[in-house]
Design a protein. Sequence first.
Length: 411
Amino acid sequence: MKYLIVPFLVLAFSPFAFARQPASCAEWRQADFAANAYRQAAVNAGENGNVVLSPWGVANLFALLQTGARGDTARGMASALQLGGAEPPAPDETAATFRKAHTALASAADEDVSLELSVSDSLWLAPGFDVANEFVARARRAFDAEVRTTKMGAKGRKAINAFVAEETHGRIPNLFGPPILDDPLTRLVAVDTIYFKAKWKNPFEKCSTYDQIFHAPGGDVKVPFLHDMRTVSIFNLPECAVLCLPYRYDLAEMLVLLPSPSNTLADVEAKFSGSWLDRFAANRWTGKATLALPKFDFSSEHDLTKALAVMDMGAAFDPVRADFSGIAPKLFVSAAIQKANITVDEVGTEAAAATFAPMAEACIEEPPRLFVADRPFLFLIRETSTGLILFVGRVMKPVPPQVNASGKNLK
């Protein structure tokens, strides 16, 4: 059988990916947030760049901070995160939504040892920096967040990087380096990690792995492909065919979205949304299929600052407009970065992501005024005690002083 191999989109879902959030707490349109975050990451990666992103990691971290935001900052963050409606949910509503998500993830991970799924949140405070007790209590209660104190700068980087390396089983050994945390105004660093390792429900045989051509945008490449013939579920949509690869005990699944011959990957990416994903169940086909899927192993790094600002979170990053008074006065998010990686092979999938957001204390000063004498100007030289003007002139075309070899003026 011949295969049409074109770029494809891979989505790995938690067990509750297609479920709507209950109305009893702030509604979280997680799939819509994931789609928006992915599109921004894809733009930043360029037309031909690989992308792996943890939308959970981004949303969970900024939902934690959103519970301490107020006014327009809280409103913009809720809009970007796809939380609630026109008005932002109350802090306890956001906390309840994410407490429910944390509980569901923990429950899935407890089902079987073949699925390793761990998430962590932590707040790292500069010595002597006080945050609101209510915010800390909510962070611990709803997000299971650890609260630690550390000096910033090199010591803080070492401590946080070591923590992240341990939480991600060594897949992210160095989350950030200098000059991150060197700003003397850095007061708090929020960190989120997620680690996922799962075996396929039906592993691929290593003896069936062999090289095959992948038609990449920059030209054909030969890479190892996983091969098998098995009974699978495929969702058929006009834009693409969607292969469902379940992990053991159906606790999670990977969806591989392969554009149809008349569509491009960009067409599929444009359709990506929560309502579009909801259409999958009505278009399921189950039967025997011959599979060919490339093995892959790569990493991505995402500067989230501009991406989240585009998604309506700009106030959180603005030292003048940011309002995190539910945490402490004068704070703003000074950076936001995620590192993520993924490995897919015959046995299953291993992936990790770490997201961090340092928060600095705003030092509001009037920006320096520019004075650039790059056009004709008048000058005066006067004696200061009398005010007598000793020289006056204008410069229409500057002529630099001429010097001799000794460095002295010729005149």
